[in-house]
Design a protein around this ligand. Sequence first.
Ligand code: MF3
Ligand code: CO
Length: 249
Amino acid sequence: MIILKHPDEVEKLYRANQVVAHLLEMLQEKIEPGVTTEELDRIAEEYILKQKARPAFKGYRGYPATLCTSVNDRVVHGIPSRDPLKEGDLISVDVGVVLDGYYGDAAKTFPVRRVSKEAERLIRVTEESLYKGIAKASVGNRLFDISHEIQRHVESHSFSVVRAFVGHGIGRSLHEEPQVPNFGQPNRGPRLKEGMVLAIEPMVNMGDWEVKVLSDTWTTVTADGSLSAHFEHSIAILEHETRILSRAA
Ligand code: MF3
Ligand code: CO
């Protein structure tokens, strides 16, 4: 069942997502060669607690940290570590919080200083695919219109979308129905309605779409070792507009 949200709930989801949005802006400033992902995690947790929110991922099915920090061929769910970032790395930062009972969730891939032209293109196309998907998230369209648009854009640039993980509804739980795949057929899936709140999160590989999970049971890497990028926004479908809740205002 897809839970539709009332305007006052959308407002609460907006507030939670603004904590996430401003945190990602702050972390962007800290991302440079030499910093460890554990340091980023500590900064993030302190920030979230200061906003009277709580990290949403920590403890979720036993996940051990506040952030997911996925470097280079890591796709998602990279556990923060003592390894320092170096120039030329890509780092995807995914963060979720709970504020006043409502969840916020967003992710972004950052270049560490100067990266290769191909890596820059991967980041750009992945972010574009998210916005193109969001542009289809309006009342009357169908869910897989979003999915199809993301896939179409990514594949038109000869990259591939990850199949094993999908976006999701979000509300008083981190993961609600529906699942939001980043691939699919247009004009299929549930009809989009006012009050739906979705976390849309394309994960895009430079090479093949296959991934594997490492023995820590979390860290997900590309099967072929190619680079991967990840962008996520939580959005609310309203009568006359689609509101990007996790864009910093
Ligand atoms: N943005 C991801 C998701 O919504 C992050 C989940 S990490 C976990 O599924 F640790 F919470 F699992
Ligand atoms: Co998510």
